[in-house]
Design a protein around this ligand. Structure first.
Ligand SMILES: Nc1nc2c(ncn2[C@@H]2O[C@H](COP(=O)(O)OP(=O)(O)O)[C@@H](O)[C@H]2O)c(=O)[nH]1
Ligand SMILES: [Mg+2]
Length: 302
């Protein structure tokens, strides 16, 4: 008898910097979720489709879980809750190199409310010794009651350690169902370019309040004849007083960042790119409804 196909949505949740986006990218084998060295980089849920020989997993990389301090972060929290409502499994990713903290308690209460089977994934095991891992696992199980997690797995998202086993366990909790996506299309080019530039820019300026930066791709023009693809992108920051520290002497620092971002765009598009980056101020955009609408975080009220 042939096994029925299994299919479902799997939400990856957790606080910042624990490795959610790395896990998302490693499982999909493609790089289209932003991975950065500072927390708070993933601002909107990103969906990726993984077809396997037994069915389909629709992975959702959710925004960083944090205590909201502005409108943007309140939207991010609402998006996490929404992702959970539509999912079949929640993967709570934690950083095994750090002690457990009450920080995830609220997140777990959302998971509990959504009645999803939850997995605890202790990530970054390449950086910890076995006895530390055991200690961490105990800490988490005590904090959240042993029965809360259906599975507890140590993984290394970066080295892809234990990920095949994770996929096997995920399969067990997915409903028998035909694939949700027949012909999954890759994310739109504009989004990929925006996230690629945002990743490089925010990593480059990781010590210059990257949380307040936004990247908008204004224009993409395909190459004319022998020419290059033209990309026009704006970098918004909340406060113009940081311009000099971002531009650097004679704009050299910004120039370097632009160079790195261009190389990344070329790698992504597999063709030569002319990248125009313009630095702009947008006062308090993270608390401004009109800006949040313009940047795609809020829908315009009609
Ligand atoms: N050593 C190690 N580093 C990791 C692992 N997973 C993620 N990282 C690093 O942790 C940082 C944050 O990762 P990211 O995926 O952006 O975290 P997110 O904020 O939870 O999405 C990046 O520098 C990753 O390279 C892992 O398994 N091992
Ligand atoms: Mg992320």
């Amino acid at each position: 008898m042939v096994d029925k196909k299994r299919c479902g949505r799997v939400a990856i949740v957790g606080k910042g910097n624990v490795g959610k986006s790395t896990l998302f990218n490693s499982l999909l084998g493609e790089k289209f979720s932003i991975v950065t060295k500072w927390p708070g980089a993933t601002r909107q849920p990103v969906t990726g489709v993984l077809n396997t020989d037994w069915g389909q997993i629709v992975l959702i990389d959710t925004p960083t879980f944090l205590t909201p301090r502005n409108k943007l972060e309140r939207i991010m929290l609402a998006l996490i809750k929404r992702s959970l409502v539509f999912s079949d499994i929640a993967l709570l990713v934690v950083d095994a190199t750090l002690p457990s903290s009450p920080f995830e308690d609220q997140l777990c209460s959302f998971i509990r409310k959504s009645k999803l089977p939850a997995f605890l994934l202790l990530n970054k095991i390449d950086l910890v010794r076995d006895y530390v891992l055991e200690q961490r696992t105990e800490e988490y199980l005590e904090r959240f009651k042993k029965t809360f997690f259906y599975e507890v797995l140590p993984i290394s998202a970066l080295l892809k350690d234990n990920l095949p086993f994770l996929l096997k366990r995920i399969k067990n909790y997915l409903p028998e169902r035909e694939p949700i996506y027949r012909n999954p299309s890759p994310p739109p080019k504009e989004l990929l370019i925006k996230e690629a530039i945002r990743e490089e820019i925010t990593n480059f300026f990781h010590d210059k309040r990257p949380q307040s930066m936004e990247v908008i791709v204004k224009e993409i023009k395909p190459p004319q004849g022998q020419g290059k693809t033209y990309i026009l992108s704006y970098i918004y920051i909340e406060d113009g007083k940081f311009f000099p520290s971002i531009l650097g002497w004679k704009g050299h620092l910004f120039g370097q960042a632009k160079h790195i971002a261009r190389l990344r765009c070329e790698k992504l598009l597999k063709e030569p790119v002319y990248l125009e980056l313009i630095l702009r101020e947008r006062k308090g955009w993270r608390n401004n409804t009109a800006s949040l609408v313009e940047f795609g975080y809020l829908k315009r009220r009609t």
